[in-house]
Write a protein that binds this ligand. Structure first.
Ligand code: PHE
Ligand code: FE
Length: 290
């Protein structure tokens, strides 16, 4: 956990700090503009409608880094969520605690011009451009709050390694099935130029229908594009399938083997083209790469 005792505007009770919007320089705003323009062109026909509507509604635009006070005006009137700035990594308990209270924790720094394509840690472009628009959607807003409560519970039960996979494969890297084909709703994809293309257009990754227990068992990669994406039918489905008590599920899964990121299970339902269409050559290649 990063403490920010040296930062004068730290609120020591809840780890939040002021965004200090006035402190951004022209270069910071120019970086946002460049990222925004590039990504917004790309996401037409790729991002789900709910996300694009949220972007519009919040007035997130190319002008420059959004001011959290303005975002919060709109969010307050739509789903009651708020965006709060934090100095960097905070404890899991603080992260889930905020989420359970409908506060989305965001970073306030923006990447440098040399980091346009790849970042290890989230910056404000990932957090705000990627995550915040969907907070205007009532079903997604409820899901994320429920996740926050579930996070606090998983912490108590020692099951966070399992639950973290659900966040990863939905909130960060989720796809949504629509009549027009799969669309992106995961923030990790929405803020990444390369993965926005890869996750939909490339033949390599698996696209598998949402399956809660399957996801809780599946490890994930943090250093490369995902090998598997899980596709939901609707945000309502996400909400209803995660509504049951997870405590017995965690106990059940404790005895089962984990699934590697690229592996396919007999019970998997492929979305948009069967696994066998792609032939065993793909699988062999994957093994070859180690
Ligand atoms: N139902 C889950 C539990 O009992 C909580 C949860 C909801 C977790 C939604 C994730 C997402 O732990
Ligand atoms: Fe994120």
């Amino acid at each position: 956990m990063t403490t920010a005792a040296d930062s004068p505007d730290t609120n020591t009770d809840d780890c939040t700090i002021a965004q200090d919007w006035e402190a951004y320089c022209d270069r910071d705003h120019a970086t946002w503009r460049q990222l925004f323009e590039r990504q917004s062109r790309l996401l037409v026909g790729r991002a789900c409608d709910e996300y694009l509507a949220g972007l519009d509604q919040l007035g997130v635009c190319a002008d420059g880094i959004p001011d959290f006070r303005k975002l919060n005006d709109v969010l307050g009137k739509t789903t009651g969520w708020q965006v709060v700035a934090v100095p960097g990594l905070i404890s899991e308990a603080a992260f889930f605690g905020h989420m359970a209270e409908r506060r989305f924790v965001a970073t306030r720094w923006i990447r440098s011009p040399e980091q346009m394509d790849y970042l290890q840690e989230p910056d404000i472009f990932h957090d705000v451009y990627g995550h915040v628009p969907l907070l205007t959607n009532p079903a997604f807003a409820d899901y994320l709050q429920a996740y926050g409560r579930g996070g606090l519970k998983a912490l108590r039960l020692g099951a966070l390694d399992k639950l973290a996979r659900l966040y990863w494969y939905t909130v960060e890297f989720g796809l949504l099935h629509t009549p027009d084909g799969p669309r992106i709703y995961g923030a990790g994809i929405l803020s990444s130029r390369g993965e926005s293309i890869y996750c939909l257009d490339d033949r390599k990754p698996n696209r598998i229908a949402f399956d809660l227990k399957r996801i809780l068992r599946t490890r994930y990669r943090i250093d490369d594009f995902q090998e598997t994406y899980f596709v939901i039918d609707s945000f309502e489905q996400l909400m209803s399938e995660t509504a049951p008590d997870f405590a017995p599920i965690y106990r059940e899964l404790a005895g089962l083997a984990e699934i590697e990121p690229g592996d396919i299970q007999p019970s998997d339902t492929s979305v948009g083209g069967s696994f066998t269409d792609r032939g065993s050559a793909t699988k062999m290649q994957k093994k070859g790469r180690g």
